[in-house]
Design a protein around this ligand. Structure first.
Ligand code: SF4
Length: 437
């Protein structure tokens, strides 16, 4: 039997509680009645392509638990799909709600299809990356229709969301040339679109044929993640004319998608000084009328290669506490190399900490309970209970085991030994003798 709706947004507007919305409501400890108007108005998206079998749907919206995305995929220099699949599985195990396959080498379709048939996390792609690979032709020889056909291909493969850099136009070319940004365009997809427009003299196909793209996304319920080609790539370019001008266009494109019941997220900066992040979130939410904001970092300083999972987590926590809904993880390999399995782990843990810190600040139901359980375990010096609550128990256990207390007072740790404040207070309040030497 044919479904009465095409997209989750259309269903919500018709008052239909889809199976996916029901699952999201359970995961978020909300009622379906609370979620329906949020999905109907576009403030929450549920990226769930019906062809993605085995998906465990998630909702993305500023009033829900902050979600995290993990970018993976092969490149010309690192092309082992088995290694990428290993990263996918460990990313899902570590709590990533979304995986973006950014593969840019070889035959990408089998891996994409495997993800869309086996992976329970939402799957996102950037079709413009795949266009050159798919056709095995130079960028300048591709036509607008070629790009659109790759969007359709990804939709038919079961992808839940696609990043499309629809917001830059021929006007942007002049702006980038005249404005003289320090880092120009650092978005990979944005730079490809810019390069194609520069070489062909044509308008951005994702902008010019946006209505055709909306038809594809409506038919397959693919959520559009409006890419920010002009996201700042350094602090000096943050919140500049190029970024804001593109954001205004993204606001218009959001409205056009909603008019066709197509779900939309809006991507954001980039590198942003800490004191500008909250204002950026406010401006985005106003211009894009509350569409979920998907931030890439933001990285709060440019000087920490090797530690950009930390610079991004600082910015991500502030961004999510100020209204961002979705954090794209950043690994220690950012700006340096394709991340390996350990980099992926470090990136995910850093993002999850940022997301959780924001959820506490936002008052997401149940978020603080986790911290309170850990505090109880710490007060009781109950190490097993602490491992159970730790975001990365493996690392926590290994550190304790490596520097274990020498003698029998093993309820404390080797930091303070018998000077352990927790132990002393527990004993003092229980009226017990406190031996220190
Ligand atoms: S020994 Fe010191 S660091 Fe370790 S649990 Fe006790 S108070 Fe905390």
């Amino acid at each position: 039997m044919e479904k009465a709706y095409h997209t989750q947004m259309e269903a919500a507007r018709m008052g239909i509680v889809t199976p996916e919305l029901e699952i999201v409501a359970k995961k978020e400890n909300r009622t379906t009645a609370e979620l329906l108007p949020l999905v109907a108005s576009g403030k929450v998206v549920i990226p769930a392509n019906p062809r993605h079998k085995g998906l465990s749907p998630s909702g993305v919206g500023s009033m829900l638990k902050t979600k995290i995305n993990v970018n993976l995929g092969v490149s010309r220099d690192c092309k082992d799909y088995d290694v990428e699949m290993k990263k996918v599985l460990s990313a899902v195990e570590m709590g990533a709600e979304a995986i973006m396959d950014l593969s840019s080498h070889g035959n990408t379709q089998p891996f994409r299809r495997k993800l869309c048939s086996e992976c329970p996390a939402m799957i996102g792609t950037v079709p413009v990356y795949d266009s050159v690979i798919h056709y095995q032709r130079d960028l300048a020889t591709l036509t607008a229709q070629d790009f659109i056909d790759v969007v359709r291909l990804h939709a038919e493969d079961g992808v839940d969301f696609v990043t499309l850099h629809c917001g830059i136009t021929r006007k942007t070319i002049e702006q980038i040339r005249n404005h003289k940004r320090k880092m120009n365009i650092v978005s990979r997809g944005g730079s490809l679109v810019f390069a194609w427009m520069s070489m062909t003299g044509n308008e951005n196909p994702f902008y010019e044929y946006y209505d055709e793209i909306l038809e594809i996304c409506r038919e397959h319920d693919v959520t559009i993640s409006l890419g920010d080609a002009c996201r700042p790539g350094c602090l000096a370019d943050a919140t500049d004319v190029c970024q804001i001008e593109e954001l205004v266009r993204l606001g218009e494109l959001t409205k056009r998608a909603w008019a066709k019941d197509v779900q939309v997220m809006v991507e954001g900066p980039g590198h942003v000084p800490l004191d500008q992040i909250a204002a950026n979130m406010k401006v985005q939410q106003t211009i894009c009328q509350g569409a979920p904001f998907y931030v890439l970092g933001p990285l709060v300083t440019d000087i920490a290669p090797g530690y950009d999972h930390i610079t991004a987590a600082i910015g991500g926590a502030v961004a999510a506490a100020s209204g961002a809904a979705f954090l794209c993880y950043v690994t220690p390999a950012e700006h340096l190399a394709l991340p390996n399995v350990e980099d992926v782990k470090q990136g995910i843990i850093a993002s999850r900490i940022a997301a959780h810190a924001a959820d506490i600040a936002k008052g997401i139901p149940g978020a603080r309970d986790w911290d309170d359980r850990m505090a109880d375990a710490r007060r009781a010096l109950d190490w097993d209970a602490q491992w159970a609550e730790a975001i990365d128990p493996e690392t926590a256990k290994a550190i304790r085991a490596d520097r274990a207390p020498e003698d029998d007072h093993s309820d404390t740790c080797s930091m303070c030994g018998k000077f352990c404040a927790v132990r002393s207070m527990n004993k003092a309040l229980a009226g017990e003798y406190i031996d220190i030497l």
